[in-house]
Design a protein around this ligand. Structure first.
Ligand SMILES: Cc1cc2nc3c(=O)[nH]c(=O)nc-3n(C[C@H](O)[C@H](O)[C@H](O)COP(=O)(O)OP(=O)(O)OC[C@H]3O[C@@H](n4cnc5c(N)ncnc54)[C@H](O)[C@@H]3O)c2cc1C
Length: 316
């Protein structure tokens, strides 16, 4: 492992200053970054441990929503009474991810920033434009059944692995960011980037910026569902996952919000599929417009409409 220095700031301002140093990297729960360091995929010269800077509270906003600090642990967020009651799709997404131990360590900001699980990104003997820009993409034409079918490019066909982010996308969360002397907010829709020809650029976060939290708008009416299809029943990333908010109008189930994981390099939401057709196949056709699959990923396409059909049947 490459040697690195370590620093533990006491405030967000100190953390921002420390993280601006060349080669610095923030560490929160460490459940993703440390694995990547051990594998030689990441090699920061300086680690900035933000676990003592606060930002670990969940508070009501004056608008009726919730502000969730960046350092709130995934387990605490899932168990929070207001989240369970008013944003159950978020609780269900969180508890479907990783394991109890990992969720106790993993932070909200680390979950937002976690990197792809593409096997070719993890295998340092293989070409990967995300790991080494310009080196090529071994995943294209390679072996694997969990590549993107939407929003991919000739440079990258990886997917985003987060469950939490799929629920946040359906809920229209906003990411709060601070840098030296400045604060800004960015919609979750714009936070994760599609690969294009720069797959190494993964989020809208700029160097020197710290995620301080996320804000959820006031709760939505309706039934909230999170479904995840994966290779085994637990402790596995999604093949396809789905966050759904639906209501019943005049005896008909209406899709209010719909976002998918496992399909692209960012949570995939097509607003045109919402409050539109009632039939799962017709909704899936809108979601999957422009989808490109190969033999090994073709199963993902019919899965979208089957997951929808199964979920919509349970809406009351
Ligand atoms: C075996 C295993 C199984 C898993 N299964 C799932 C799963 O099924 N579903 C799922 O969604 N996830 C899964 N995960 C991923 C897990 O959710 C992430 O590892 C975790 O959320 C990362 O959070 P962390 O706080 O540990 O991040 P860290 O590892 O500390 O950091 C990750 C990245 O975020 C950056 N970062 C962290 N905080 C900030 C901040 N405030 N501002 C700016 N940058 C920041 C770091 O610099 C780093 O680049 C799994 C992980 C493992 C190891």
């Amino acid at each position: 492992m490459k040697p690195f220095s370590y620093e533990r700031p006491a405030t967000p301002a100190e953390a921002i200053e420390a993280a601006a140093r060349p080669g610095a990297r923030i560490i929160a729960g460490g459940t993703n970054l440390l694995d990547l360091m051990k594998l030689g995929i990441e090699g920061p010269a300086h680690i900035v441990d933000i676990n003592r800077i606060g930002l670990d509270r969940i508070e009501d906003t004056p608008e009726g929503g919730l502000r969730i600090g960046a350092l709130v642990r995934n387990a605490d967020l899932a168990a929070h009474p207001r989240v369970r009651q008013h944003y159950p799709v978020l609780t269900r997404a969180l508890v479907s991810g990783a394991s109890g131990q990992l969720r106790n360590k993993a932070s909200v900001s680390g979950n937002l920033m976690q990197r792809t699980r593409c096997p070719y990104f993890y295998n340092t003997d293989m070409a990967c434009n995300k790991r080494r820009p310009g080196s090529g993409c071994s995943a294209i034409g390679g072996v694997g059944h969990n590549f993107a079918v939407l929003g991919a490019s000739d440079a990258c066909i990886a997917t985003h692995p987060s469950d939490m982010c799929v629920a946040l996308r359906a809920l229209d969360a906003v990411v709060e960011i601070e840098s030296a002397g400045a604060k800004r907010s960015i919609a979750i829709a714009d936070f994760h980037l599609l690969p294009g020809d720069t797959p190494h650029l993964e989020t809208a976060l700029q160097p020197g910026e710290l995620i301080t939290g996320i804000v959820l708008p006031s709760p939505l009416a309706g039934t909230q569902i999170y479904r995840k299809v994966r290779d085994r029943a637990s402790y596995a990333f999604a093949n396809v996952s789905m966050a759904l908010v639906a209501t019943v109008e005049h005896g008909e189930v209406v899709v209010e919000r719909l976002a998918f994981g496992g399909l692209a390099l960012k949570p995939w939401r097509v607003e045109a599929a919402e409050r539109g057709p009632r039939d799962p196949d017709a909704i899936a056709d809108i979601v999957l417009a422009g989808a490109k699959s190969c033999t090994e990923t073709a199963y993902k396409l019919p899965l979208v409409s089957r997951m929808l059909a199964a979920a919509l049947e349970t809406v009351q």
